[in-house]
Design a protein around this ligand. Structure first.
Ligand code: C2G
Length: 154
């Protein structure tokens, strides 16, 4: 039984996460995922849209994932690898080289990230829509005001 372990925030679950988890699941018989707690997210400089509980529920519902557990800090990986008997530690290659020190415990693998999708990009495009929408509403309001003014002058 080959166990693969990985970690992440997995906020606004998207196709980049799915493709990574799918490829990770193909490396072994089971895939366990450490989901960053809300507190650890703050340490990582992230504030996720969904809470830890919601992100854990979403990732655990993914068919490629066997189980999830909380990631509270940077230091717990070694203990987790031993506790869960992980044979492979794997991450997207934006982390390439960062966890090589774990190679005395298990195989360390970095898989290519899915380009052009990220939680940050999703958040940015959603906030952009809000601003654009507000601009459209404002200009329509100006049109209505000018029509009302022109009618009131007649
Ligand atoms: N990922 C990916 N392709 C994307 C976006 C993310 O393959 N387009 C991968 C990342 O490389 C990472 C995993 O999906 O392996 C989770 O990404 P995040 O939710 O952004 O997690 P991160 O902030 O990288 O946290 O201790 C490790 C950290 O908890 C990792």
């Amino acid at each position: 039984m080959t166990t693969v372990i990985t970690y992440g925030t997995f906020d606004l679950f998207h196709v980049g996460h799915v493709r990574l988890l799918k490829r990770l699941s193909q490396l072994g018989d089971q895939l366990i995922v450490g989901i960053s707690s809300d507190e650890f997210n703050l340490l990582k400089g992230k504030s996720s849209f969904f809470s830890y509980e919601e992100r854990a529920e979403i990732v655990e519902s993914c068919k490629y994932v066997t189980s999830v557990f909380p990631e509270h800090d940077w230091q717990q990986k070694r203990e987790d690898i031993v506790k869960y008997g992980a044979d492979i530690f794997a991450m997207g290659d934006d982390w390439k080289g960062k966890f090589d020190d774990l190679s005395d415990l298990c195989e360390v693998v970095y898989l290519t990230r899915t380009e052009d999708v990220s939680t940050t990009k999703i958040k940015k495009s959603l906030s952009k829509i809000d601003v654009e929408e507000l601009d459209r509403i404002e200009s329509s309001l100006h049109d209505v005001i000018s029509i009302v003014k022109s009618l009131s002058l007649k």
